[in-house]
Design a protein around this ligand. Sequence first.
Ligand SMILES: CCCCCCCC(=O)SCCNC(=O)CCNC(=O)[C@H](O)C(C)(C)COP(=O)(O)OP(=O)(O)OC[C@H]1O[C@@H](n2cnc3c(N)ncnc32)[C@H](O)[C@@H]1OP(=O)(O)O
Length: 158
Amino acid sequence: MKLNTKNLKAIQDLYPDELAHCYGCGKMNPNGFHLKSYMVDNETIAHFTPEPKYTALPGSVYGGLLASILDCHGTGSAAAFVCENENIPLDGSINIPIRCVTASLKVDFKAPTQMGVALELKGKLRSIEGRKIWVDMTLSANGTICASGEILAIRLKD
Ligand SMILES: CCCCCCCC(=O)SCCNC(=O)CCNC(=O)[C@H](O)C(C)(C)COP(=O)(O)OP(=O)(O)OC[C@H]1O[C@@H](n2cnc3c(N)ncnc32)[C@H](O)[C@@H]1OP(=O)(O)O
């Protein structure tokens, strides 16, 4: 699915500048991946096209890179789901006051991930229990789920 992001704000772009240096998704990191995740209906979605230098076997993407983008999609999704739960707007009118970091990340690699195509990451909220947020994720290439992930993100205390 091609996502029209014209009227959407990326979750990571709602982090305040001083917390936006993450290598995977920080807008302030000039060398990073700049992953951008969006809330669409009840799920989160991101697209990312790896450069050929992130090759594993010829023609397929290195698993560490896939884990990296799932990590950032997962924490961004966790922050967004908490915002939705607490009626905090994601429309860019404010920087979001929710900070989530990864406590645990599990990735299952199900099929080789084709290099040279836009990968699609999706996240669904499994549960929020206090400061713990579990998000289930998939990563697809050309409509085939190549990896699934689950993340436990922890909401930082104020
Ligand atoms: C703002 C932009 C952020 C961008 C982030 C991009 C994604 C990242 O790469 S983040 C970097 C990688 N992650 C980290 O460096 C985190 C390192 N770990 C920590 O800082 C701490 O362990 C932290 C914050 C996760 C939890 O510490 P703390 O706030 O003291 O909470 P703590 O009381 O230990 O744990 C809270 C709950 O989570 C549970 N928990 C913590 N870690 C785990 C774990 N690995 N597995 C299962 N449960 C866990 C605890 O058991 C506890 O549960 P309960 O409330 O039921 O007792």
